[in-house]
Design a protein around this ligand. Structure first.
Ligand code: GLU
Length: 518
């Protein structure tokens, strides 16, 4: 296939927030399209009106905008193969249903839900297929006049695909190879419902992939069981020659590795399973990667490596590098464990690699929530001072307090409150204060204050130039008492750095306050 013929699609049903597995599917489609100079199409599969959720479509579009995954054609993106929303394509599908009916590849069935239930009760593992269709109410068992009369009376019906039993159906899957399923296990799937005059997912999906000239169907493993039916539909329509190639991506598994990743795992262990925060109609709010402080590039990088790797141990890959290196055929067949702690690590790496001034706006917002007003430059200075520190967090599984490297902007607050709020009292029982504010500390810190007072430039180097020689000459070690004065407890950055950030006036004020109050 020549490069320009690559056309792939992401085709979500707008039934709620997009699951992180869906984001990974879209990302792989994006990487594949970009590396082949092809097109990525955004199609909305909304033929099941019962499951339609308002706002879901906008949510999905906003998620990809945030992640930097852009589409070439589709809903809101335009293109000459639209409309791209299936509910706006009703007029297109009927013709294809009629084609299958005319060729005897599909049939009309009148069985009511009650009748179907009755059969299910009578026959163990009932399935509507070659072995049972002869005892049902359909155009194969009724004569043509009766079928017409029923339709004329306004009786509701469905159109079912007539699957010929006993054939090995081959699905040529780029990741899984030749997947063979015998047609006898398939049921005569409903392709169309007269009640809402809409095709079902299967028919609309195949017709649209054909009309939109899709070259590769890259989607989640949960769709693999539908693939043999899809292959049979392409053949029934006479489109076998232009059938897209399939690639069914590995499942995302729970962090423990057993079972499919679910929203409950995220709630239990404290990680989002949605790209953006989602506000449910019932008032519930589900966490999103964006609102939880993840950087979009970190999420992209993390997801890209869930089911694929570049074949060496490189882990940090920009979008451009991913586009270059991604190899659909090297995706794993086995499910990928959702290691959310690895997600923290990615975020930390991207946090460290991003200029502090770019991160500053979100930190300014966070500080505002704590009643602190500051500038982007001040916020950036604190980020640079504190970003390599460790922070305590409560492990959701064990309830234990543990430590990790700063991985999110929000991690900074408990580490840096003293940058903005001066100690107003000292806890003499605090271990660090007790141990480090000694009998001579007031005298030592008075001398530090006297030396610093003479400085015009209050930068780290200027402070060092007066303090270090004095320490050497007298053997003074003012650091911990200095920390008590500026911070009030045993945490925080290097004292020169903190003093430089606070400035001369505030540094001297805090030192004098400590001398007076300790
Ligand atoms: N509408 C399906 C979904 O919600 C699309 C499946 C496919 O890609 O064929 O995932």
């Amino acid at each position: 296939m020549s490069a320009s013929n690559v056309r792939v699609r992401f085709a979500p049903s707008p039934t709620g927030p997009l699951h992180i597995g869906g984001v990974r599917t879209a990302l792989y489609n994006y990487l594949f399209a970009r590396q082949h100079g092809g097109k990525l199409i955004f199609r909305i599969e909304d033929t099941d009106s019962n499951r339609f959720v308002p706002g879901a479509e906008e949510y999905i579009i906003e998620s990809f905008r945030w992640l930097g995954i852009d589409f070439d054609e589709g809903v809101t993106f335009g293109g000459d193969k639209g409309p791209y929303r299936q509910s706006e394509r009703r007029h297109i599908y009927k013709k294809y249903v009629d084609q299958l009916l005319a060729e005897g590849k599909a049939y009309i069935a009148f069985d009511t839900p009650e009748q179907l239930n009755e059969k299910r009760e009578q026959i163990p593992n009932f399935q509507y297929d070659a072995t049972t269709r002869g005892m049902m109410t359909n155009s194969l068992t009724l004569d043509a006049a009766e079928v017409e009369a029923r339709i004329a009376r306004g009786e509701q019906y469905v159109v079912r695909f007539k699957i010929e039993p006993g054939e090995d159906v081959h699905v040529d899957d780029i990741i899984r190879g030749d997947v063979v399923i015998n047609s006898s296990i398939l049921d005569d799937k409903v392709l169309y419902k007269s009640a809402d005059q809409l095709p079902t997912y299967h028919l609309a999906n195949i017709v649209d992939d054909h009309l939109m000239e899709i070259s590769h169907v890259i989607r989640g493993e949960e769709w693999l069981p539908s693939a043999p039916l899809h292959v049979l539909l392409y053949r029934a329509f006479g489109w076998a020659d232009t059938m897209p190639r399939f690639a069914h991506l590995p499942l995302l598994l729970k962090p423990t590795g057993n079972g499919k990743l679910s929203k409950r795992d995220g709630d239990k262990l404290g990680f989002p399973v949605f790209p953006l925060e989602w506000h449910g109609e019932d008032g519930t709010v589900s966490a999103g990667y964006r609102e939880s402080g993840y950087l979009p590039q970190a999420v992209v990088n993390f997801l890209a490596l869930l089911g694929w790797n570049p074949g060496d141990d490189t882990e940090l890959l920009s979008m451009d590098e991913l586009i270059q290196k991604f190899d659909l055929s090297k995706c794993s067949k086995a499910g990928a464990k959702f290691d959310y702690v690895k997600g923290w690590w990615f975020n930390r790496e991207y946090l460290l690699a991003t200029p502090a001034l770019k991160l500053a706006p979100s930190f300014v917002d966070l500080l505002a929530q704590h009643g602190i007003t500051t500038t982007a430059e001040r916020a950036a200075a604190v980020i640079d001072m504190m970003k390599t520190k460790n922070v305590e967090y409560v492990d959701a599984q064990s309830g234990q307090t543990k430590k990790r490297s700063v991985s999110f902007i929000a991690d900074l607050w408990p580490l840096c409150d003293f940058c903005f709020i001066a100690p107003t009292s000292f806890d003499r029982e605090d271990k660090f204060v007790k141990k480090n504010w000694k009998d001579d500390s007031a005298a030592v810190m008075s001398e530090v204050a006297r030396l610093l007072e003479g400085l015009d430039d209050f930068g780290v180097e200027a402070q060092k130039a007066v303090i270090d020689p004095w320490c050497e000459a007298t053997g003074a070690k003012p650091w911990n008492a200095w920390r008590v004065a500026l911070v009030g407890e045993g945490k925080g950055p290097d004292m020169y750095e903190l003093s430089a950030f606070l400035g001369k006036e505030e540094t001297l004020r805090r030192i004098r306050f400590a001398i007076d109050n300790l």
